[in-house]
Ligand binder design. Structure first.
Ligand SMILES: [Zn+2]
Ligand SMILES: [Zn+2]
Length: 651
């Protein structure tokens, strides 16, 4: 028999008989590797572990704990779950079951919903089917064969999906025991490879995400290559649930929604408003030093302005309908840009005046479908840390890098350790539709932005076809303290709007030129930022951001007057304090202050009153002993001024 040469990632080469499978290669290396292998990359293409290799190739065995292997495992577990559902609910129709980050889901058309008990039974059935170790076989089908097959099984959703696929495309299906599913693969070689999985929850979901379609039942699950990895992930989910900004936001009285106000329109409670004020103070300080000037603009604007800006053409779906005011169309503003352009245009600018940096915490209103609304993360009214920088082409790179620098300054203040920039580019098919029709400008600007990012040494990934309609966009993704991902800030380059608005500056040679414009919002919107910060800190805000910084707990009514005098001094020192002089046991008062996640507790009894001292407790550090009030005030003021990132649980 002919042999072929297999090259491994460490560049070593071994000879195997032609037709060898990755699984056989794994077995030849060792039993443990064979057990862990779920698929393989053969010449960089991800294939089944049972794939027959016909020629010399580079082979990388993929185990369940690698990103590629995890995906294969998640997807295979989705099939296993669908098989279990079909066995328990023979009338269920399967639809789609993709793998998403660390999870998978599968949507089923069933009568009614899945109960908690149903989910338990499904999980038990999955364990049973996994144990039987059914091999998975891959079948190639033509489109007609696939339609015939799934029609015969009454899987009408699958038939609908297949009919949408290009006729020339070759389809594949995977079969385990008598369950067969349409899928590209690759998959684990047998169900026994799926060992560490869990069903997470179920919810309703419309077929194809369209509320006009039938409501299906979606089951979420997860699956990992090791018991420990599954355990860690379930712990992360539990922690994320505890930190959910919707739950904590309510408990800590930060924001609320009211039916009569309307969905997606948050009401900021006093505690949330303190956080907002602190964020705005930070932004103003940072922006003043970075050469910005503050402006303010109205919430309501004539349609003419949005015609000019292109919003009515490209952005109408995210805008609220026009209102007729004395026969003229007015809109609530979805973006602040056109107003800032008008401010730029309100005086004559020379090359010496540039860059002009206009900033505003501007309120915008955007229409989000009610099904898309999500806590503070997807809302209909928002206040944005907005600014527009108008500059000459020769200033662009420096301005762009300065904006990136602002992001990093904020990341440091908030203790954000993991982040990534996503550069969204245009696609040429969208020119004139999704994107302004300026092919050359697109290519040039994208080139400059990439150069600037490389020069600044920023880590970024490129995404095609997600740019703003007027230019390339950079989204900044950040990860919270427990590793949950959020998309926060954006930074956009605009080569279209300044021209549309006829914005100019007089060049050194006396010629009227068009400036470039950078849109940026490093602190995102108050809604998104505070939603993120609640989860990032788990409600334990650092002192400078905490709605209440100090709680003064009086041990008995004999010390209430002394406690009140301490409160007054803190108040005069601009430290946010509350006084607990209720006739309650001190233990109960401490517990309440802890529940409210208050940073500093001052406890005063007769001893403190007599010695004119205070007893101090600090959240997460415990008892700090007795000290003079003035000493504490100094410490706290210093900590607040430096915006120190304290009050975090040691990891
Ligand atoms: Zn699949
Ligand atoms: Zn803008």
């Amino acid at each position: 028999m002919k042999n072929i040469n297999i090259t491994f990632p460490d560049k070593s080469v071994r000879s195997f008989p032609i037709g060898v499978t990755p699984m056989e290669i794994a077995e030849s290396i060792g039993e443990r590797l064979a057990i862990a292998t779920v698929a393989a990359q053969v010449d960089d293409i991800l294939v089944d572990a049972t794939y027959s290799i016909q020629k010399d190739a580079q082979v990388n065995l993929v185990t369940g704990d690698s990103p590629e292997g995890h995906d294969v495992l998640l997807h295979s577990t989705a099939h296993l779950m669908a098989q279990a559902v079909k066995e328990l609910f023979p009338n269920a129709k399967v639809t789609i079951g993709p793998a998403i980050e660390n999870r998978f889901y599968y949507d089923f058309d069933i009568d009614g919903t899945f109960s908690e008990e149903d989910l338990q039974n499904i999980e038990a059935k999955m364990a049973e089917l996994a144990k039987k170790d059914y091999p998975l076989s891959r079948k190639e089908l033509t489109r007609d064969e696939a339609i015939k097959l799934f029609s015969s099984m009454s899987e009408s959703y699958k038939v609908e999906i297949i009919k949408d696929i290009d006729t020339s495309e070759k389809l594949t299906a995977y079969q385990q025991d008598d369950f067969i599913d349409l899928c590209r693969g690759p998959h684990v070689p047998s169900t026994g490879k799926i060992k560490h999985f869990k069903i997470l929850e179920s919810s309703g979901a419309y077929w194809r995400g369209d509320e006009k379609n039938k409501m299906l039942q979606r089951i979420y699950g997860t699956s990992f290559g090791s018991k420990q990895a599954l355990k860690d992930y379930l712990h992360f989910l539990e922690e994320a649930k505890k930190r959910d900004h919707r739950k904590l936001g309510k408990e800590l009285k930060i924001f609320t929604f009211d039916e009569e106000v309307g969905p997606g329109l948050p009401l900021w409670l006093p505690n949330g408003t303190v956080i907002i004020e602190e964020l705005e103070k930070l932004a103003k300080e940072v922006e003043r030093k970075a050469g910005y000037t503050q402006v303010r603009t109205p919430h309501l604007t004539k349609g003419k302005l949005y015609e000019k800006s292109g919003h009515l053409e490209h952005y109408i779906d995210s805008m609220y309908p026009a209102m007729d005011v004395d026969g003229t169309d007015y809109y609530v503003k979805p973006m602040n840009c056109p107003h800032h352009h008008k401010i730029y245009d309100s005086s004559k600018r020379s090359y010496r005046d540039l860059p002009v940096r206009l900033s505003e915490y501007g309120t915008c209103y955007r229409y989000e479908k009610s099904g898309q609304l999500f806590g503070l993360m997807r809302v209909r009214s928002m206040q944005m840390n907005d600014a527009h920088i108008y500059c000459r082409p020769d200033q662009f790179k420096q301005e762009f890098l300065a904006v990136c620098g602002l992001y990093f300054k904020y990341f440091e203040i908030f203790g954000i350790e993991k982040y990534q920039m996503r550069l969204s580019l245009h696609d040429s098919a969208g020119l004139g539709k999704k994107y302004v029709n300026e092919p050359e400008l697109w290519i040039n600007t994208e080139k400059i932005v990439k150069e600037a990012l490389k020069e600044g040494g920023f880590n970024y990934v490129e995404v095609q076809g997600e740019a703003a309609f007027y230019g390339p966009k950079i989204d900044v993704q950040v990860w919270s303290a427990i590793g949950k991902e959020f998309t926060l800030a954006t930074n956009q380059v605009d080569f279209a709007q300044p021209g549309r608005f006829g914005l100019t500056y007089t060049s050194e040679e006396g010629i009227e030129e068009t400036p470039l414009c950078i849109h940026r919002a490093p602190l995102s919107t108050h809604e998104r930022m505070i939603g993120f910060l609640i989860e990032h800190y788990g409600g334990d805000f650092p002192l400078w951001l905490a709605p209440q910084q100090v709680a003064i707990l009086s041990i008995s009514d004999k010390t209430n007057t002394y406690a009140k005098s301490i409160y007054n001094k803190l108040f005069d020192s601009n430290i946010r304090a509350i006084l607990d002089d209720r006739p309650d046991k001190i233990g109960a008062k401490i517990r309440q202050a802890e529940l409210d996640k208050i940073n500093v507790m001052i406890i005063v009894g007769e001893k403190e009153k007599d010695t004119k001292t205070i007893s101090v407790r600090r959240r997460f550090s415990g008892d700090l002993g007795s000290m003079k009030l003035e000493e504490l005030i100094d410490q706290l003021q210093n900590e607040i001024k430096l915006r120190r990132n304290t009050n975090r649980k040691e990891k």
